[in-house]
Write a protein that binds this ligand. Structure first.
Ligand code: ADP
Ligand code: MG
Length: 339
């Protein structure tokens, strides 16, 4: 008889979202030769000849991912698509078609739904993607699930698993703005002078063009989008690549607005930049000889790209180096469902 190793953990709170995904991954190992990438990256990749089909899905649940008192239906429509676009961006792919399934309470106004779809259409037009179907159901809370399909040249695509020891670690844009914007909305509502931060939370800007450019040039080795927070998403990239890393705290790019407002909301000026989610920036690795080319790419796309760390051997884990040279391994990386 085949022996079974029993899982000693009993509930989802013990294992967290990522512990659950790790287990699901083991339960459903696929042997389909056309499946280049199944569970474990930002999108699934299916071999279709020289090009690959890219598939990703993300769910937004009322009172978990958004509160209707903080976000209007129009930006909600935009954001529901944007968070999926960001996953295709992280592979360097081109988004193409999407399906949307919605669960809605029966007393929801029709004008809410029409504004939501106007936002969705605006985002779809901007990124040249087409809505091709979906599903509709009654629900106690508003639930939105989008499945986005895209394409990419197989040889260009960037995975979480490609980082090598000695690579530089780069991030686009600035970090923590969206999380600080959300905190401001939660604690103070809309306050004058902080609109830019709130906007980063409500209408994220997926880096689709930048992701394609990074992938096309073959300068980078691995890429992920920063959706759950810098530390969590770095740890995903490290785990998939089988490496460790150090990040220099003072190099983490912070916007002027973030620096102006963070002290009013947190004792630790880096907390939200490290562990707050929804930045939708690109985090990627590349060998040091590519530094100048990558910085010129930033210039060409008018998007800052900052070298924030370097890749170390597996076993060293993730280290943060403080300004005074001391270092620590973060204990809690950031938000995780069920924990
Ligand atoms: P992202 O933050 O980039 O959207 P996730 O952390 O949500 O990525 O998912 C990581 C990987 O796990 C992806 O490959 C995703 O498709 C897969 N995944 C997440 N939830 C499930 C699930 N319930 N069943 C199967 N695969 C899942
Ligand atoms: Mg992602």
């Amino acid at each position: 008889m085949r022996s079974r190793i029993t899982d000693t953990k009993h509930d989802l709170q013990e294992i967290g979202e990522f512990g659950l995904i790790r287990r699901i991954r083991k339960w459903v190992i696929s042997s389909d030769p056309a499946l280049v990438q199944g569970i474990g990256d930002d999108v699934a990749v299916i071999d279709m000849g020289p090009t690959a089909l890219l598939v990703t899905t993300d769910i937004l649940i009322e009172d978990i991912h958004f509160h209707l008192s903080w976000i209007d239906p129009y930006p909600l429509g935009r954001k529901a698509l944007a968070v999926n676009l960001s996953d295709i961006a992280s592979m360097g792919g081109t988004p193409k078609y999407f399906l949307i399934s919605i669960g809605l309470p029966k007393n929801l106004s029709l004008s809410f739904v029409s504004s939501f779809y106007r936002g969705l259409r605006k985002e779809a037009k901007q990124y040249q993607v087409e809505l091709i179907g979906g599903d509709t159901s009654l629900s106690q809370k508003t639930v939105i699930n989008i499945c986005l399909l895209g394409a990419g040249r197989k040889r260009d695509l960037l995975y979480r698993r490609g980082a090598r020891v000695g690579d530089d670690l780069f991030v686009s844009g600035t970090l923590g703005d969206a999380a600080l914007g959300l905190k401001i909305l939660q604690e103070k509502g809309k306050i004058k002078g902080a609109e830019g931060l709130v906007k980063r939370h409500l209408t994220p800007c997926p880096r689709v063009k930048l992701g394609q450019a990074i992938a096309k040039h073959h300068w980078a080795t691995a890429m992920i989008d920063v959706s759950d927070g810098l530390l969590i998403d770095t740890s995903h990239l490290l785990e998939e690549s089988g490496v460790g890393a150090r990040i220099w705290e003072e190099r983490v790019p912070l916007s002027g607005l973030y620096q102006k407002w963070i002290r009013s909301f947190s004792k630790d000026p880096f907390q939200l930049a490290f562990s707050g989610g929804e930045d939708y920036e690109l985090l990627f690795t590349a060998p040091p000889r590519m530094r100048d080319r990558i910085l010129s790419l930033a210039h060409a796309h008018k998007i800052p790209i900052t070298r924030i760390g370097e890749i170390l051997p597996w076993g060293t884990g993730l280290h943060i180096i403080r300004k005074d040279g001391s270092d620590y391994s973060p204990f809690r990386l950031g938000f995780e469902h069920f924990k």
